[in-house]
Design a binder for this molecule. Structure first.
Ligand code: GLU
Length: 472
């Protein structure tokens, strides 16, 4: 039997880390078995769902490369279908109309609470045989004794006493279906075989199983994944940092790193930490899903990211690097130049943001370079400026600006004046980049190219400490 999984977000917020991880597990399960992965937008809560949020969720899914095979379906377009099944429940005696006012139901619950019992609707309309009418909801007739038992793919056997449940609503008075009903009808009609979701939904599963049984639908397998916690072991929330997946894109994380890290949050394959997508698909199995909650760790995500950064090709990194530069105000840089700059920073950087910040000076016109005041005072001494001037004259006649040729030219100059490399290394670095930190000097010069190098030297030689920070 082909495996069919689904991701059914409610578009009431962005695609957050927990949702993305759920989507990923379902995606991996489907891909691993050559099955289908369905995307369904659960927008029955019209007041809280917005098209913008739907678009934001799709954007997050696309960024992570979680391609769906079917959908997106929209529950808001399927009301008639849900009603058919509510009618079926009514016809088969599995549901009934109820005209109790919400306040009356609340009062019942209150009384139960006061008596130390589980707050429940007391089922008073069960046998009244009411028909449709204004203000009437439809309730499911929950069996009055017995257990709902299921084999959870993650947690093992789970048993619920039905007396824990009440006659829950399946259709509101305004004719709209309740989540429990819609989700069951959709999963059954879409042929979903495996439902992997957060364990915040675990208490919904017995109700849904009862609905499956009442509607004569074959049951899917259920698996409930423990929540993601923050470092303080409380449920991950905004207090712990960015929740939206797309915020991590802006922070300079690669989607392949996000996917790798999210997969490891709650799933393990031995001690392996670094996975590419193909490996995740090949190695994923529900047996690897853990039973205890995992803790979100930004440092580890950053570590995973640096790994993927290092292993990526320059072609792969060019578009997201250009986007990061744009966030720093550098627009439309020359792509060939970008491809030369990336390898200078790629081996050391942890994020694309860090790479773009460090490499920013490469893309600034000389007049916009901002020099670090302390670096100028410390390194652009008058002796150093004389060296830079002399070196600049030599470099002006150098035709080949490759690393070996630059090394030879600088070496010759130092020989002539009897100076060690360190006499000019930092001054040169400050002159070329504005700071004392940069990739290898000769690589930097080769990538900057002759025109920029000469221009920057000229500018630095004439720069006085007071004159720093011109431009940005
Ligand atoms: N729309 C529900 C949610 O976003 C889906 C729950 C489920 O997977 O059944 O939490």
């Amino acid at each position: 039997m082909a495996i069919v999984t689904r991701f059914p977000p409610s578009p009431t917020g962005y695609l957050h880390l927990g949702g993305a991880r759920t989507a990923l597990f379902n995606y991996l399960l489907a891909r691993k078995h050559g099955g289908r992965f369905i995307l369904r937008i659960e927008d029955t809560d019209q007041a809280r769902s917005t098209p913008e949020m739907t678009e934001a969720i799709l954007e997050g899914m696309r960024w992570l490369g979680l391609e769906w095979d079917d959908g997106p379906y929209f529950q808001s377009e399927r009301t008639a279908l849900y009603n058919e099944y509510v009618d079926k429940l009514l016809e088969t005696g599995h549901a009934y109309y109820c005209d109790c006012a919400p306040e009356a139901v609340e009062a019942m619950r209150e009384r139960a609470r006061a008596a130390g019992l589980k707050p429940k609707y007391d089922g008073r309309c069960r046998e009244r045989g009411l028909g449709p009418g204004p203000g009437r909801v439809v309730r499911f007739k929950t069996p009055q004794s017995g257990k709902v038992v299921f084999e959870d793919m993650v947690k093992g056997t789970i048993a619920w006493d039905v007396t824990e449940l009440d006659d829950f609503i399946v259709r509101r008075a305004d004719g709209s279906p309740i989540y429990q009903l819609a989700v069951v009808v959709d999963d059954a009609l879409m042929g979903v075989t495996h439902v992997l979701r957060g364990d915040d939904h675990q208490s919904n599963t017995p109700k849904q199983i009862l609905l499956y049984q009442a509607l004569d639908f074959p049951l899917p397998r259920f698996g409930h994944v423990p929540m993601i916690l923050g470092p303080d072991k409380k449920k991950l929330s905004k207090r712990h940092g960015a929740m939206s997946v797309m915020a991590y894109k802006d922070m300079g994380f690669l989607p392949e790193a996000m996917v790798n890290y999210l997969a490891r949050l709650g799933w393990a394959h031995g001690d392996d930490e670094i996975f590419c997508r193909e490996e995740l698909i090949a190695k994923f199995s529900v047996e690897g899903l853990g039973r205890s909650p995992s803790v979100f760790d930004l440092q580890k995500l950053t570590w995973v990211n640096s790994h993927h950064l290092k292993n990526a090709t320059v072609e792969r990194l060019t578009p997201p690097f250009v986007e990061q530069l744009a966030l720093l105000g550098i627009r439309d840089p020359d792509e060939a130049f970008v491809r030369q700059v990336i390898p200078l920073y790629q081996p050391r950087a942890k994020t694309l943001r860090e790479m773009a910040e460090a490499a920013r000076s490469f893309f600034l016109p000389t007049e916009a370079l901002s020099y670090d005041t302390k670096a100028i005072a410390a390194h652009l001494t008058s002796a150093a400026r004389q060296h830079l001037q002399a070196l600049s004259t030599r470099l002006a006649t150098l035709e080949d600006f490759s690393i070996p040729s630059l090394e030879a030219a600088v070496g010759e100059y130092l020989n002539t004046v009897g100076q060690p490399f360190k006499a000019i290394a930092q001054p040169l670095r400050v002159a070329l980049t504005g700071t004392t930190v940069s990739p290898g000097l000769f690589e930097t010069m080769a990538v900057l190219g002759k025109a920029r190098v000469l221009e920057r030297l000229k500018c630095a030689i004439h720069l006085y400490p007071e004159e720093v920070s011109r431009g940005s």
